[in-house]
Design a binder for this molecule. Structure first.
Ligand code: MG
Length: 256
């Protein structure tokens, strides 16, 4: 079942998605050499609950934590724990929140301290690929237009998109129809309608597109051990353009 939401319902999803965005902003400030992924998880859970939300990943199919931190060759679904982040690593952090019965889902990949040129280029291209996909989320287009825009941008820069995992509809559940792949030809797939809400989430590898699942049963990593990045937004399909419900909070650097 594919849903379209009223403006009021979209505001509900925006509430949840904005809490996700603010949590990611907090996490971005906390990411540094020496911090453990478990410490980041605790920070996120406290922040989400303090702001009236529920960490949507916790308990989802038995997942034990509130965030999915995925370091370097890890693509997505990493489990927080005693791992200490080190200078030069990259960490993708995926956050889901339920608030008022609505779900929001977003991810960003952060550099830890000074990162190398290849890692920096990966983060830039992956983030741009998300923007390219989001720009296609308008009524009358098809899901494949999003998929193709992501893939084309990634491959034009010599990287690959992960095919084993895809984006999704979101709203009353964290994962709803339709599936939103990050690859495929334009002009194919379900027609997009205004009011649909999608989680668009490119997973981009420096090397090959193949992934494996680690022995913990959750962590997805690149098969060749090379770097991977993940960016995600919760987006409402509009008549003329998309609306990013998980838009990063405006910086307030001028205060203080
Ligand atoms: Mg998602």
């Amino acid at each position: 079942m594919v849903y379209t939401r009223t403006q009021e319902q979209i505001e509900g999803i925006r509430e949840a998605a904005q809490l996700v965005a603010r949590t990611l902003e907090e996490l971005g400030r906390a990411v540094r050499a020496g911090v453990t992924t478990a410490e980041l998880d605790a920070l996120a859970e406290t922040f989400i609950r303090d702001h009236g939300g529920r960490p949507a990943f916790k308990g989802y199919r038995g997942f034990p934590a509130s965030i999915c931190p995925s370091v370097d060759d890890e693509v997505v679904h990493g489990i927080p724990g005693p791992r200490v982040l080190r200078d030069g690593e990259i960490v993708g952090i995926d956050v889901g929140v339920e608030k008022g019965g609505w779900y929001g889902d977003a991810a960003r990949t952060f550099g830890v301290g000074e990162i190398g040129a290849e890692a920096a280029r990966l983060l830039k291209v992956s983030s741009e690929a998300l923007d390219q996909g989001v720009a296609q989320a308008r009524a009358g287009n098809r899901v494949g237009d999003i998929s193709h825009a992501v893939q084309a941008h990634v491959e034009a820069h010599g990287f690959t998109v992960v095919r084993a995992l895809v984006g999704h509809g979101i709203g009353r559940e964290m994962h709803e129809e339709p599936a939103v792949p990050n690859f495929g030809p334009p002009g194919r797939g379900p027609r997009l309608m205004a009011g649909q809400v999608l989680a668009i989430e490119p997973m981009v590898n420096v090397g090959g597109a193949e992934v494996i699942t680690k022995s913990d049963g959750w962590t997805v990593a690149t098969k060749d051990g090379r770097l991977s990045a993940h960016f995600e937004h919760t987006v409402a399909v509009g008549l003329d353009s998309a609306e990013v419900l998980s838009a990063w909070p405006a910086r307030q650097e001028s205060k203080r």
